[in-house]
Design a protein around this ligand. Structure first.
Ligand SMILES: Nc1nc2c(ncn2[C@@H]2O[C@H](COP(=O)(O)OP(=O)(O)O)[C@@H](O)[C@H]2O)c(=O)[nH]1
Ligand SMILES: [Mg+2]
Length: 225
């Protein structure tokens, strides 16, 4: 008889590693964001702008998840943020066990905010807790307004959706009111921010949201220390 191994142990091991990561983030009062999207939506571009805007106000570090290459990490390094690249060598998502050794490369005591760019994929990354505090999805208007309903899990579990490439909206058939309505129907708590990473527009509400989360995290870490 063919033996079937259930995926549960994998997810269970991941949960244990995620718990350890979370303890480490809590100890240092670091707010951690898992940034996800399909390939090419603009995760790295959004990060580049975010680093630019937060320079001098928050200490931000980045973990770059990619199947192959160090290209995104090189882009982030140019902006002056500490960055570690994780190559998953074929795997379609990051998991918590990959994050743990990467943390050794940072001076955690000096960080306020860690953003983890996940592998470009709207399905698998949603399944794996990395120990983060929140999840944000970048969704560009060029992808079509039907994507939330087709890939609801990632949007259900997120706190934020950054609707990117707003500069291209006039050239697409994206129905923005419908897109926002369907996102809210999947997850009424979602914060929606319209941005253009190319044009550097719409970033203020997103930056304010990030700063608020960092402040809350610091306060809870102070209380528990
Ligand atoms: N027109 C336009 N292009 C963008 C915008 N954001 C990113 N891009 C382009 O989209 C492509 C993919 O961006 P990237 O940040 O690498 O996406 P990632 O794969 O999600 O990290 C690149 O060619 C970017 O220059 C935007 O707001 N507007
Ligand atoms: Mg990228």
């Amino acid at each position: 008889m063919v033996k079937v191994r259930l995926a549960a142990p994998v997810l269970q091991q991941n949960e244990e590693a995620a718990r350890e990561n979370r303890i480490s983030f809590q100890k240092h009062g670091i707010f951690v964001l898992n940034l996800m999207s399909s390939p090419g939506s603009g995760k790295t571009s959004t990060l580049e702008r975010t680093i630019e805007h937060l320079a001098g106000s928050l200490n931000l570090a980045v973990i770059e998840g990619d199947i192959y290459t160090t290209r995104d990490a090189e882009r982030i390094e140019k902006r002056g943020a500490p960055v570690v690249q994780i190559n998953t060598a074929g795997s379609c998502h990051l998991d918590a066990r990959m994050i743990k050794p990467a943390l050794e490369d940072f001076d955690l005591g000096k960080l306020d905010l860690l953003i983890i760019e996940n592998v470009g994929n709207l399905v698998c990354p949603a399944e794996f807790d990395l120990g983060e505090d929140a999840r944000a999805v970048v969704l560009s208007v060029t992808e079509g307004s039907d994507k939330p309903m087709k890939y609801p899990l990632i949007f259900r579990q997120a706190q934020v959706v950054l609707i990117n490439k707003m500069d291209l909206l006039p050239y697409t058939d994206c129905d923005l009111p419908l897109l926002e309505k369907e996102l809210k129907s999947i997850n009424p708590e979602l914060e929606l921010f319209q941005i253009s990473a190319r044009e550097n527009t719409g970033f203020s509400p997103w930056l304010e949201w990030l700063k608020k989360q960092v402040k809350i995290k610091k306060q809870t870490a102070d209380q528990t220390s």
